[in-house]
Ligand binder design. Structure first.
Ligand code: PEP
Ligand code: MN
Length: 333
């Protein structure tokens, strides 16, 4: 059960609610926008008993393991403000594109020029890269991020980039517009707790073997720590299939959109992992209801420091963006 508290609620009123012998344990959640009591328990109670108490805005029965991320209490969709009028969710669609890894000043400049030409406002790229081998390129770190920030800012482009550990949050904070949590950290609960305390949106990827419910519970960590600005991301899961890198779970997009009020973004690049199929999967994701697409683009994918095999060149990117914009018109119709 979720008890939504009024903005004007007093501590005295909260204590009075908690002291009612309801047979529930209370989790007192203060986010950046509201205060909630998440009540855990099994007892059947008449919600009206609580609804009438002073300080209560609304009461909702939410039987899911995840609570605040569920549509069961918040029927309307969440819109996330990235700044400067750029929004995602609740009807606003965004494409985020850029290289797997930030590599050089030239590469950043070239990518920004491409994005501007294509009308894209959010650039992706990793400066801290989770790599299967410790001998692979692991990113330019903060030097890369500072340089990227300067160029992005000059051009009105927003930055989404992966944060891999708690200690990086503070150093990255002023240089990012959206913190990305990668598949490998989807259940790093300490990282999620800390991202709940920042005032920037979090793009949370599904774990490689994570279920839909686990993704929503991970989002619940961020939300219940205070940050309601969460974007969910389907990026494919690991299955027995070997014909491609990951199995893009298109179903998950539709299910997530139904079960949660949070925006859902699709990552077809990692989702299938093979350049020539990325466009089809991106389009399928839009038809499934995605609020955005995050994709890997590079001036010369063959020379990319990471994930070149799934990265589009600029020509392919422009073609796909055009198709995605058309697909959006169909979805909106
Ligand atoms: C990435 O976005 O480059 C990345 C590492 O993604 P994922 O965490 O989905 O593997
Ligand atoms: Mn990548």
């Amino acid at each position: 059960m979720i008890i939504q508290l009024k903005n004007s609620v007093s501590d005295y009123e909260v204590t009075a609610i908690k002291s009612k012998d309801l047979g529930y344990t209370f989790n007192d959640i203060q986010t950046q926008v509201a205060r909630y009591l998440i009540c855990i328990g099994k007892k059947e109670i008449d919600l009206r008993e609580i609804g009438f108490l002073d300080g209560v805005q609304d009461v909702h029965k939410v039987s899911d393991a995840y609570k605040l991320t569920s549509t069961k209490w918040k029927v309307g969709k969440t819109s996330i403000d990235i700044g400067d009028g750029i929004k995602i969710g609740n009807g606003d669609f965004q494409i985020m594109a850029g290289p797997c890894s930030i590599e050089s000043e030239d590469q950043i400049r070239s990518t920004i020029a491409h994005l501007k030409q294509a009308g894209i406002k959010i650039m992706r790229g990793g400066v801290y890269k989770p790599r299967s081998s410790p001998y692979s390129f692991r990113g330019l770190g903060m030097d890369g991020l500072r340089l990227w920030y300067k160029l992005a800012k000059e051009n009105g482009i927003k930055i989404v980039t992966e944060v891999m550990q708690v200690s990086q949050i503070a150093e990255m904070h002023d240089y990012v517009d959206i913190f990305q949590v990668g598949a490998r950290n989807s259940q790093n609960f300490n990282l999620l707790d800390e991202l709940g305390k920042v005032d920037k949106p979090v793009l949370l990827k599904r774990g490689m073997s994570g279920t839909i419910e686990e993704l929503l519970q991970s989002a619940e960590y961020v939300f219940s720590n205070g940050n309601e600005k969460i974007i969910l991301c389907e990026r494919g899961i690991r299955t027995y299939e070997k014909a491609y890198r990951n199995t893009m779970d298109i179903n998950a997009i539709t299910i997530l959109k139904d079960k949660s009020h949070l925006p859902v973004v699709a990552d077809p690049s990692h989702g299938i992992g093979v350049r020539k199929y990325v466009d089809k999967i991106a389009l399928a994701s839009i038809m499934a209801g995605a609020d955005g697409v995050i994709m890997e683009v590079h001036e010369c994918p063959q020379k990319a420091f990471s994930d070149g095999q799934q990265t589009l060149d600029y020509k392919q990117s422009i073609k796909l963006i055009d198709k995605m914009n058309q697909a959006r018109l169909l979805v909106e119709a």
